[in-house]
Design a protein around this ligand. Structure first.
Ligand SMILES: *Cc1c(COP(=O)(O)O)cnc(C)c1O
Length: 369
């Protein structure tokens, strides 16, 4: 059987009764849109993070976009983020009419280099948008300090960091608002699309509820424009409620997989993920580095192992973002990583046998490339 970086079928077999029960629960409830399951999930998801409010939305991209809009970001503003991210982070910024401004990442953990942020602040800057990429958190203390000094909002992109902590605090609880995706591959994944924003600000939460519901404060009366139809689906919300109870277990499963890779590959040329002090990593993706990455990936295909690169192109080098005006070489760490990184299979139900097959194949391939 082909080995892929992510697969949910074994997990589904284990959880099938519960998932199907969740679907039936909603279908029998008499309320198919914005019902009790969305409301309960919002409360439970916010409580998990120790923040006051949760607002379910239709996907992670819109979680970032509506989160920014609820914090007052709009046309003409600038939002400081990284180019080493999933393109949707940047899609969401541009969706508000604001301009993305990039700083480089650190070579040790591939995360926002917060030492570069202050120099990127202009009088148009409105918000800082750290991305807790691959499963661990950006250093939030310097960002909060810069934001405080310049009167900026901070929004965390937590699409890859469900369950991660930073000096004991949950990813998503360290800023004005935090955006999550429940795309199936994520650490907490739905059976389809989903997203949420959490915030301790009551006004921000109200704004989010309006923004996702056509801009309406109550039925049929618009108070905010532009509005969106960005509701979290009721069925996905009920599935997510069930899965949220197992989130810590999923994270433990991912950590066990990471430990086995560290044992099996720690003495090879591969650069394995490093957990930055103060962080607890949830290994959304297990990103490794090798100077001849393309040859390694190619050779593994003959073992029926199909790996992935997250991400092969830094956002600022894509043709769709040429208008942002970043020359090649402008973000050197981000650009050099993109040529060397690749991801090993990582999901909680990955069996030790399959994982050992990957480790053995990699050890063989690394001797020859
Ligand atoms: C997945 C992801 C998103 C987008 O989430 P969708 O639910 O796919 O829209 C945004 N930011 C990051 C960092 C992501 O990994």
């Amino acid at each position: 059987m082909t080995t892929l970086v992510w697969d949910y079928l074994a997990e589904y077999e284990e959880e099938r009764d519960d998932i199907l029960d969740a679907v039936d629960h909603v279908f029998r409830s008499g309320r198919l849109v914005l019902g009790n399951s969305v409301r309960s999930f919002e409360e439970e998801f916010a409580a998990y993070h120790g923040v006051a409010h949760g607002v379910g939305v239709d996907n992670g991209t819109n979680a970032v976009k509506l989160g920014l809009q609820a914090l007052g970001v709009g046309p003409g503003d600038e939002v400081i983020t990284v180019s080493n991210t999933a393109a949707p982070t940047v899609v969401a910024i541009e969706g508000t009419g604001a301009k993305p401004v990039f700083v480089d990442v650190r070579a040790e953990d591939y995360l926002m280099d917060t030492a570069q942020v202050e120099a990127a602040v202009t009088d148009r800057t409105r918000c800082l948008l750290p991305v807790h990429l691959y499963g661990q958190c950006v250093d939030m203390e310097p960002l909060r300090e810069i934001a405080g000094r310049h009167g900026l909002a901070v929004l965390e992109d937590c699409a890859q960091a469900h369950g991660a902590t930073h000096h004991g605090r949950s990813a998503g609880s360290m800023s004005d608002a935090a955006a999550f995706s429940f795309y199936p591959t994520k650490v907490l994944g739905a059976y389809g699309d989903g997203g949420a924003v959490i915030t301790s600000g009551a006004e921000t939460a109200d704004a989010l509820r309006q923004l996702r519901y056509y801009g309406m404060a109550e039925r049929y009366y618009v108070v905010r424009s532009p509005g969106h139809n960005s509701r979290l689906d009721e069925v996905q919300a009920e599935i997510l409620r069930r899965k949220l109870r197992r989130l810590d277990q999923y994270v433990q499963g991912r950590r066990a997989v990471a430990e086995r890779y560290a044992e099996g590959l720690g003495d090879t040329e591969l650069v394995l993920p490093r957990t930055t002090p103060g962080n607890e990593h949830v290994y959304y993706v297990y990103v490794v580095r090798h100077p001849r990455r393309d040859a390694v990936i190619e050779a593994l295909k003959s073992y029926d192992i199909m790996l992935n690169i997250s991400y092969p192109w830094p956002v600022h080098t894509m043709s769709g973002y040429a208008h942002l005006g970043y020359a090649e070489g402008s973000l050197p760490v981000t650009e050099s990583l993109a040529g060397e990184i690749f991801s090993l299979p990582m999901y909680p139900s990955l069996s030790p046998d399959v994982q050992d097959k990957v480790i053995d194949a990699l050890r063989e391939v690394l001797r020859t490339v």
